[in-house]
Design a protein around this ligand. Structure first.
Ligand SMILES: [Zn+2]
Ligand SMILES: [Zn+2]
Length: 262
């Protein structure tokens, strides 16, 4: 057995070489940030660290406040009711949905940056904002797992990553709560845009299934980037409940605001 004081020549050469490469990399990174300093994704102002956005833009991201539907989190104009029209007329498979903001302006640009440009710094930023929200608002209490809306295999291959999974993984680390990895999208579906409520349900029916990866997981927070009509998270929640979950909460970065009478 070779000791440290008696390194084989090849090993020591490799050690020196890897140190040199590391040093060049460090200098390279320093030069990159000198000539191309990181900029805020929203306002292009220079940011000091490798943050996606500056403090000013972060503080100005508009949060959902005021009365909301207690189930789906839709902002309500009528303060005397606690359910929106949709939740008043039908029960959902999910138990509660919350979102940080309305899907427009800064929220929309950040989500599109995450989804289509794969900006990892944005995933870090958005998951930190979600973690802050969970810590301060505590809308769901203690849960067993985080889960995420899956992509079908072809879409996952095309994009190379799943933005909801990136967020769920980071939240899992922040709270030391495991990720339920058993939810799968088992067939490709048409885009939901422009379909009626009935057709959206038909389009996604039985598109998701779950073989639980966490034994005895009973309560989960399902993570997605945007809540639009709720059909996708509804179908995912149904699959999670079929697999044994008793409570499925949903947390998204943003949500669209729809007509409250439909
Ligand atoms: Zn900014
Ligand atoms: Zn509602």
């Amino acid at each position: 057995m070779t000791t440290n004081g008696d390194m084989p020549a090849g090993w020591s050469m490799w050690h020196v070489f890897s140190k040199i490469v590391k040093r060049i990399n460090a200098v390279g990174m320093g030069l990159v940030s000198l000539f191309f300093p990181p900029h805020c994704y929203l306002c292009r102002e220079e940011v000091e660290q490798l943050n996606a956005i500056c403090d000013n833009c972060r503080n100005n991201l508009p949060r959902i406040s005021g009365p909301i539907c207690t189930v789906c989190g839709q902002p309500l104009s009528d303060q005397s009711v606690d359910l929106c029209h949709s939740c008043g007329i039908r029960r959902h498979h999910f138990d509660r949905v919350r979102a940080l903001g309305i899907y427009r302006d800064g929220w929309q640009r950040l989500i599109q940056g995450l989804k289509f440009e794969g900006e990892k710094a944005i995933a870090k930023e958005l998951s930190a904002l979600m973690a802050d929200y969970l810590k301060h608002e505590d809308p769901f209490g203690i849960v067993d797992t985080f889960s995420y809306v899956p992509l079908d295999r072809r879409r996952h291959r095309q994009r190379g990553f799943n933005q909801s999974q990136l967020l769920a993984n980071r939240l899992s680390c922040a709270f030391a709560v495991p990720v339920e990895d058993g939810l799968r999208k088992i067939r490709a579906t048409q885009p939901q845009t422009g379909l009626s409520h009935q057709l959206r349900r038909e389009n996604l029916r039985n598109a998701f299934t779950c073989i639980p990866s966490i034994a005895n997981g009973r309560t989960t927070i399902l993570i997605d980037d945007v809540y639009t009509t709720g059909t996708t998270v509804e179908e995912c929640a149904q699959a999670l409940k079929k697999a044994g979950y008793e409570r499925v909460f949903v947390l998204t970065v943003a949500r669209t605001q729809y007509d409250q009478t439909k």
